[in-house]
Design a protein around this ligand. Structure first.
Ligand SMILES: [Fe+2]
Length: 193
């Protein structure tokens, strides 16, 4: 499930209602999708698209998206670093960035009018970053993501780099288990008098 960090305020949001509201206020849609049938680890792209056909068609109708595909990235994907280098600098697009995560994790940094927050997405998360939003994207340490992408016009998804340098002030560190609420520490036992 998605989680948000706001570095400037040292705040982390993990409650899905809090995450959804935080994003909605900033014009970013967030949903949880479940497939119409279970998908195995070897499911083909067509199987994936068929399992989420209902949600994809509904989103196409809502957002004017015309195509959907499946991107599959692993640690051994050829030229992975070159691929990631296109997206891990601050940029924006002429169309929405719509991703539904099937496997793996990723980290969006989103610059909402000067306030940067970090959104970690994982399996079952649908995110729609509106066109024009300044953002950048990294994979987590395991370098794994499989996601459905929706496009209004695939040619409109070319990154436009801001070259602001804002991205250099942030480390692309995924949250991992540490974002789960810490277990309260028991007070140490009082030593016998
Ligand atoms: Fe992007």
């Amino acid at each position: 499930m998605a989680a948000i960090k706001i570095p400037a305020e040292q705040v982390t949001l993990t409650d899905q209602r809090d995450v959804t509201t935080f994003l909605a206020v900033r014009g970013i849609d967030y949903e949880r999708w479940t497939p119409s049938r279970e998908l195995g680890p070897d499911a083909s792209a067509d199987d994936v698209l068929a399992a989420y056909a209902y949600q994809i068609e509904a989103l196409k109708a809502r957002g004017g998206y015309v195509t959907a595909d499946v991107i599959d990235v692993k640690a051994d994907t050829p030229n992975l670093d070159m691929m990631l280098a296109k997206f891990n600098r601050e940029h924006w697009h002429d169309e929405d960035e719509v991703r539904f995560i099937i496997e793996g994790r990723g980290l969006f940094h989103i610059n909402a009018g000067g306030d940067v927050f970090v959104l970690e997405v994982s399996k079952g998360d649908l995110i729609r970053v509106p066109r024009g939003t300044h953002h950048w994207f990294d994979l987590c340490a395991e370098k794994r993501i499989r996601a459905i992408r929706l496009f209004q016009d695939p040619s409109g998804w070319t990154p436009h780099y801001t070259d602001s340098g804002v991205d250099r002030g942030f480390q692309p560190i995924c949250f991992g288990p540490s974002y789960i609420a810490p277990v309260a520490t028991r007070p140490s036992a009082t030593p016998p008098a």
